[in-house]
Design a protein around this ligand. Sequence first.
Ligand SMILES: C[S@@+](CC[C@H](N)C(=O)[O-])C[C@H]1O[C@@H](n2cnc3c(N)ncnc32)[C@H](O)[C@@H]1O
Length: 333
Amino acid sequence: MSSPGPAARAGVVPLADRDDAAPEEAVVRDCLRQRPPRLPPWLGYDAVGSALFEQITDLPTYYLTRAERSLLERHSSELAEQLACGRLAELGSGSAKKTRLLLESCVRLRATTYLPIDVDRSMLDSSGDALRAEMDALEVTGLWGRYEAGLEWLRTHPGEPLAVAFLGSSFGNTTREEREELLGEIARSLRPGERFLLSADLDKSREALETCYNDPPGYSAFADFRLNYLTQLNRRYGAGFVLEDFVPEAHYNAETSTVEGILRARADRTVPIPGLGLTLHVPRGHFINVGYSVKFHGRQLARDVGAHGFGLRSQWRDHETQYGFFLFGRDGV
Ligand SMILES: C[S@@+](CC[C@H](N)C(=O)[O-])C[C@H]1O[C@@H](n2cnc3c(N)ncnc32)[C@H](O)[C@@H]1O
């Protein structure tokens, strides 16, 4: 994480990594040693990466954000009632533009504290300022760090009834192992009866997904977003990647119901990464994975989350896009 500017300190808590958490360098090194090599999702979200993600959400072919917004426009009052919380924490809050709809319904019911958790400080600052300006009855405390550190902060700062939201289908930007760990952490952060709100993109055709996750003609938001991962490796760890040597692509893997965002090498490339103490060799045609987007099956998702002590209470689906909200209660309450 880059250090915060002095003018932007109010309302954001910088989170120290937990003692048992792997340092950022170790996570990136481990990911690059996998075959194929991959990069963790959070690495791409500096201010530039977040701005590029916002551009992705505006692409005419990227249906996820519009589907989620439309569900929130229709159901946020009911969702707020069922969340029954005085504190709403959100994992990977980003611009929080859609969350605003939910927060407006929450503050209509009771005074609410919003606790956005994100690795990108610039987004926590700008979204916090915008929300405070719009809603007098809303308190905002940004938690700046990785999900695990944010969830640990929640556990050590008890208060009003808490709900945790994980929106934007970002839960799908993880491996199965990471999802299991995260669900355990979320479960440990909630008390019996408290709620977990998850939005998820459901599985669909290869054609629909590859259209959604590749740039339409005339746009470059996805390409620039994926290449920004190499810029991060150059900037943070002194790596020697030449961006033009890699072609950004996205493919649907039907066996794993996952869209994989990749950077494919145009020619054999051997790239030193001194800050990580390794040299990465990517043969021609091989690739670095820069993002999973898992597509879910509703019943299986409910079973996987349920295995961590959650009961599914309600769900809302956008039938056209097969995108859904799933609301769980801790301990099945
Ligand atoms: C795909 S964007 C979604 C943003 C927003 N929720 C939305 O739906 O538009 C993912 C967000 O999660 C943040 N993020 C990704 N991995 C994270 C991690 N491990 N810990 C904290 N924040 C993370 C990124 O900085 C980014 O703002």
